[in-house]
Design a protein around this ligand. Structure first.
Ligand code: HEM
Ligand SMILES: [Cu+2]
Length: 586
């Protein structure tokens, strides 16, 4: 995998090196607002996602205040509690994490890492962002309409999602469905770009098996999303018809307070299938980019080549494929045939195999590495621990007999927060500390980074670790107030208060991070072009931050894989991907 010469100089056809037709921006508006530069679009996506994510964070504080100190705050009634969990869950999963990993990191990193000048369809890429922004605005609008946002839960299960008596049934649910539909349209425009750019836009010598794992993760996640989102899309359209036009795709015959409603003949379970056919791959849409990024962070900050690169690639692809045949493990309590449940339990447990391979390979990459405990490395290590932890409880929940009693308890909430809340967010942070120098030319402040890391990591465990125990006690999820019951001891209520204090503390640590982000743009240490001494192409750009078109006059030519760290006999402990092989003695 090392040192393979690729073509002699001068053999590259001129068309490949000539300045390609890029739309060069001429005014402030075309440069920073309606920009077609993937890097600007990436920053637009990221800032929007973080802004809406902060709203979801504030919502979680409100929920935690209510749960930790029931009866103390009068501003959250049971209906509002349901609205809060719904908006919090949906925003975190779709509008923050999906948008940030694919629209944010995908846009910034794919063209740079594969050695392209930009995405292949820059105009469509630009539209993708503006449609995403529209989806966010429609979602936010639901806070201001009569009846407020929907309280259907982030799973939006019919029939209750659209029935009177569910909070937000007036306009909230309509806006939620419309917003998701818009989001999916916008995402598809971006997603096609990411896929085609990886397949068609790679620089000379950048074979698929030389792509950094970050690109593999984002690429595979995008393919997953392009296949999974359509199920959610049709589900949303059909439910919108049920709500607005009186169709009954998902609505059985229902009588309410003795009165027969106009619905009949539909299948609520059909919606569950559509939702989870999307919903489970969604976990990996968030996890696969995280897997890829963590691999690169570990390799760079431990100065070691990634262990088992090909195995890592196939594990990513394999996990992606398997993620489409496990969806019904979310539906064990829907009254399904036990054989059906057995099938899905089996496929679910099989996913543990490629996942475990990845974890072993990360550990073997670290093994005897020259580990630098930089902030990105700390976050990457924290991710591995947290993901392992969340994955283990997933093995429990994947089994029908264990899941049935635990379903709809806080055990499930603890599990999925570990695995798809905390773990990917840790990677987001690690990635920001890692690539910020390329994006701004300056390092993030280290001391603030340390505070941010330790409070976030320990705090996240303080929040979600004890929550498993509350779930085992039988505390239900989506409950506004547990009240006094015989199966919940007093100490558990104290624990609940402790969790809330931890949640507020973790929230406060994010203020330090935000401050650091803005402060370091001006006052951070100058980074230079390649502060981590990394091999991948984005660190080899002629300018930092990279200019429009990324590469100046000449596209890079790739000679090696992305992991030539500490190569024996090399003069430096890293060899960039575009460095030609050393001349061998004749
Ligand atoms: C410190 C950060 C966070 C805190 C304190 C927090 C807190 C909460 C709370 C209290 C609930 C409601 C539990 C219930 O009564 O059922 C909840 C639900 C949820 N959270 Fe978080 N959360 C955090 C971060 C995240 C992140 C990063 C994600 C991204 C995946 C996420 C996704 C969800 C989802 C999907 C639900 C389920 C909503 C539903 O039941 O419909 N949360 N969270
Ligand atoms: Cu699942």
């Amino acid at each position: 995998m090392v040192d393979t010469a690729f073509g002699a100089p001068g053999t590259i056809p001129p068309a490949e090196v000539a300045d390609v037709e890029l739309y060069h921006p001429h005014s402030f508006v075309t440069k920073y607002v309606f920009s077609q530069d993937a890097k600007v679009i990436a920053i637009q996506y990221s800032l929007t996602a973080v802004a809406i994510g902060l709203i979801a964070l504030v919502l979680s504080w409100l929920m935690r205040l209510q749960l930790g100190f029931p009866g103390t705050f009068s501003f959250i009634d049971p209906n509002q509690y349901l609205q809060l969990i719904t908006m919090h869950g949906m925003i975190m999963v779709i509008y923050l994490l999906t948008a940030l990993f694919l629209g944010g990191f995908g846009n910034y990193l794919i063209p740079l890492m594969v050695g392209a000048r930009d995405m292949v369809f820059p105009y469509v890429n630009m539209l993708s962002y503006w449609i995403y922004l529209l989806a966010v605005l429609v979602l936010v609008a639901s806070f201001f309409v009569p009846g407020g946002p929907t309280g259907a839960g982030w799973t939006l299960y019919p029939p209750q999602a659209i029935l009177p008596n569910t909070p937000g049934h007036e306009y909230g649910i309509i806006l939620m469905l419309v917003s998701l539909i818009i989001f999916i349209i916008g995402f598809t425009m971006g997603g096609l770009n990411y896929v085609v750019t990886v397949l068609q836009g790679r620089a000379r010598g950048m074979t698929l098996m030389r792509l950094p794992l970050t690109v593999w993760g984002i690429f595979t996640a995008t393919v997953l999303a392009l296949l999974a989102f359509p199920a959610l899309f049709v589900g949303c359209v059909m439910m919108l018809f049920d709500r607005l036009l009186g169709t009954s795709f998902f609505m059985p015959a229902i009588s309410q307070l003795g009165e027969q409603l106009k619905y009949g003949g539909g299948s609520p379970i059909l919606f569950q299938h559509l939702f989870w056919f999307f919903g489970h791959p969604e976990v990996y849409i968030v996890a696969l980019p995280a897997f890829g990024i963590v691999s690169d962070l570990i390799s760079t900050h431990a100065r070691k080549n990634i262990f088992g690169y090909r195995m890592m690639v196939w594990a990513i692809v394999g996990i992606g494929a398997l993620s489409f045949i496990v969806w019904a493990h979310h539906m064990y309590v829907s009254g399904m045939n036990p054989y059906f449940g057995f099938f899905f339990a089996t496929t679910t447990l099989i996913i543990a195999v490629p996942t475990a391979i990845k974890v072993y390979n990360w550990i073997l990459t670290l093994w005897r590495g020259d580990i630098h405990l930089t902030i990105p490395m700390l976050f990457a290590l924290a991710f591995i621990v947290t993901f392992l932890n969340g994955g283990l409880t997933g093995l429990f929940l994947g089994n029908v007999v264990v899941d049935v009693p635990l379903s709809d308890t806080l055990f499930v909430v603890a599990h999925f927060h570990m695995v798809m809340g905390v773990a990917p967010i840790l990677v987001v942070f690690g990635a920001i500390y890692h690539w910020y120098p390329k994006i701004t030319g300056r390092m993030l402040n280290e001391a603030m980074g340390q505070i941010h890391f330790w409070v976030t990591f320990i705090g996240a465990y303080a929040i979600f670790f004890p929550m498993h125990y509350l779930g085992l006690l039988g505390m239900p999820r989506r409950y506004h107030d547990m009240g006094q019951t015989s199966f919940v001891p007093d100490s558990a209520h104290t624990l609940n208060a402790f969790i809330s204090v931890a949640a507020l503390t973790v929230g406060a640590a994010q203020v330090v991070f935000l401050f650091n982000l803005f402060w370091s743009v001006r006052h951070g240490k100058e980074a230079g072009g390649n502060p981590w001494r990394a091999t991948t192409l984005e660190w080899q750009t002629p300018q930092t931050p990279p200019g429009h078109g990324n590469w100046g006059d000449e596209l890079p030519v790739v000679h090696r894989w992305a992991y030539d760290y500490s190569v024996p006999g090399a003069e430096r402990d890293f060899i960039p991907q575009n460095e030609p092989p050393a001349a061998r003695p004749a």
